[in-house]
Design a protein around this ligand. Structure first.
Ligand SMILES: [Zn+2]
Length: 404
């Protein structure tokens, strides 16, 4: 297996989760009695460019299953984040009615709706038809395809191209970044947000690792990838989403009007100090993941022994990775609550934990609620604050087991 960016042979394992089902392959009641497919889940780090990456295996169709897609608009904090970004970027780039904004992986129009509100022409690129159709119903123009270098040649050039949590999801990262170069106007800007590898390592966020995430990115590596394709990074911001992400700003290498901000040098320095340029740090991660797993199991078994009731919140990929690696089934967690009506009535893959509506919490009055999306735990704890009436406690497993 070779590095998907620089083609160096991959020999160093960053994390081995042994195997896992496709993390969004929620099961119907009937499917509980049929075999489930598990894929190896081994993550490598490239010695040369330090790109942390997962093998593609044989998957695509099953893993990018259309039926139970994630709808961005179900997260209030994500909407607020997007709205704030739109106001900031319109101001920073002086975008007006003559500009064109393109969002790659525009989902259900959660973000472009705010450009539309401001009268700025925008288009979304979104291959998943169920989310794309929601965006269209909001009056947003959507191209229902994957963004590739080929597609980039066919579409109108943009003043701003943005992509949130898309860089990590690409099997063909070179083709994608090459496409960005093609689709960008001479004076245009690209912004991309992605979880920062530095935080993933520092905060034991191994549950963010699943098959749909092909790459785990440092600024150091992303800079190499963009430069290879004639783009330069001129600014970077740390943002709090997904447990600590980066928002990078890129433009054409030839665009001499743009000054490279001090933030670029500073972050490269920080990553170097943390050790991301050397191989040693990458060898520490498996032990960190194992520690999280063992602590969670200890806690769940203790709860069981004390005959307390425990449920979970958030039927998303993070929870599936954690449960699957820990080997937890529906004997230790009674159900998982999720806002999305598309998931309610289904079951988590592998663990077969039922996904239910929030009303079930009121009925059961559990002693503990394990929150899987720890990155939005404040939002969830606020939403579930009524559970304090019966002294229910909240729990997260990552970065380490904590009870609130
Ligand atoms: Zn490489």
């Amino acid at each position: 297996m070779k590095c998907r960016f620089c083609q160096t042979k991959l020999e160093d394992v960053f994390l081995d989760l042994i195997n896992a089902p496709a993390s969004n392959s929620y099961l119907t009641k009937e499917q509980l009695d049929t075999p489930e497919v598990f894929y190896p889940c081994k993550v490598y780090v490239c010695q040369k460019c330090k790109l942390v990456q997962i093998d593609e295996y044989k998957k695509s169709d099953e893993i990018f299953n259309n039926n139970y897609a994630y709808f961005s608009s179900y997260s209030t904090s994500w909407l607020a984040h997007s709205k704030k970004y739109v106001a900031m970027i319109i101001n920073r780039l002086s975008l007006g009615e003559d500009a064109l904004v393109t969002e790659i992986a525009s989902n259900d129009g959660y973000l472009l709706q705010y450009f539309k509100e401001r009268g700025i022409p925008c288009v979304g690129i979104e291959p998943t038809s169920c989310t794309a159709s929601v965006a269209k119903s909001k009056g947003i123009k959507v191209i229902e395809e994957f963004f590739t270098a080929d597609l980039a040649k066919k579409i109108e050039k943009s003043d701003l191209i943005l992509g949130n949590n898309v860089l990590a999801h690409l099997p063909e990262i070179n083709d994608f970044v090459q496409g960005l170069k093609v689709a960008l106007k001479a004076s245009g800007t690209i912004t991309m947000e992605f979880p920062h590898l530095l935080n993933i390592i520092k905060e034991n966020q191994f549950d963010t690792i699943y098959h749909e995430h092909f790459s785990y990115l440092s600024f150091y590596t992303v800079k190499q990838i963009f430069e290879k394709h004639g783009l330069k990074l001129y600014d970077v911001e740390k943002i709090s989403t997904h447990g600590g992400s980066l928002r990078i700003y890129a433009t054409h290498k030839e665009n001499s009007d743009i000054v490279i901000q001090e933030s670029v040098r500073e972050l490269l320095e920080e990553e170097k100090e943390f050790g991301l340029l050397e191989m040693d740090i990458y060898k520490t991660f498996q032990a960190k993941a194992n520690r999280v797993k063992h602590k969670l199991l200890e806690f769940l078994l203790k709860v069981k022994k004390e005959k307390k009731r425990l449920v979970a919140y958030g039927a998303a990929a993070k929870g599936n990775t954690l449960l699957n690696y820990a080997g937890v089934k529906n004997d230790l967690i009674e159900f998982v609550v999720d806002k999305s009506p598309h998931k309610q009535g289904m079951f988590l893959p592998a663990s077969h934990i039922p996904i239910v509506n929030e009303e079930e919490i009121m009925k059961l009055k559990p002693d503990y609620i394990l929150i899987f999306p720890w990155n939005i735990k404040e939002e969830i704890m606020k939403q579930l604050s009524y559970t304090q009436k019966w002294n229910c406690k909240f729990v997260v497993g990552v970065p380490h087991l904590e009870i609130f």
